[in-house]
Design a protein around this ligand. Sequence first.
Ligand code: MTE
Ligand code: MO
Length: 160
Amino acid sequence: MSPSPVGPAVGTEPAAQLALTGDLARPVRLTVPDLGAWPQHRMGVTFECATSGVRRHRFTGPLLYDVLSAAGPGFDPARRKDRLRFLIAVTGADGHHVLLSWAEIDPDFGRAPVLLAGSIDDTPLDRAGPQLVLPQDRCGARYVSGVNAIRVDGAFRAWA
Ligand SMILES: Nc1nc2c(c(=O)[nH]1)N[C@H]1C(S)=C(S)[C@@H](COP(=O)(O)O)O[C@H]1N2
Ligand SMILES: [Mo]
């Protein structure tokens, strides 16, 4: 029997989707192949896991900063201080949930080269979803895998 012209080929699963939400002018849903639209960075990293010890991986993908900037975060780009109230909440499909600050990845502040990787050790993450890569973290806990939601939030107040 010849393959059907509609529907997925045998043995494939739908690509994982990542929702970019929050204080964004252009919220969007992205797949791992969509991440290929931005300049790609390749990084070899080492991190330590509290339970399984030292890990080494190679990741490829765009800068988180580039992907989120394209979605139009709701601050005035001309006023540097306006960015400093923004948080980035990253959630994996299993509920693992971590926070970054906008300033951490902003080239005018922390300049951390954080990636939203579309491949690990040269294996595409199309089905699992992208992985957050923080080369400056000694510990592996923020290397969230299967990222399915990133929320940008400029409304956090310490006294709220
Ligand atoms: N989605 C998700 N990502 C996760 C975790 C998790 O529990 N869920 N654990 C983190 C921790 S604690 C570590 S050390 C690394 C482990 O990466 P490894 O599987 O390559 O060793 O994944 C991180 N990413
Ligand atoms: Mo870990």
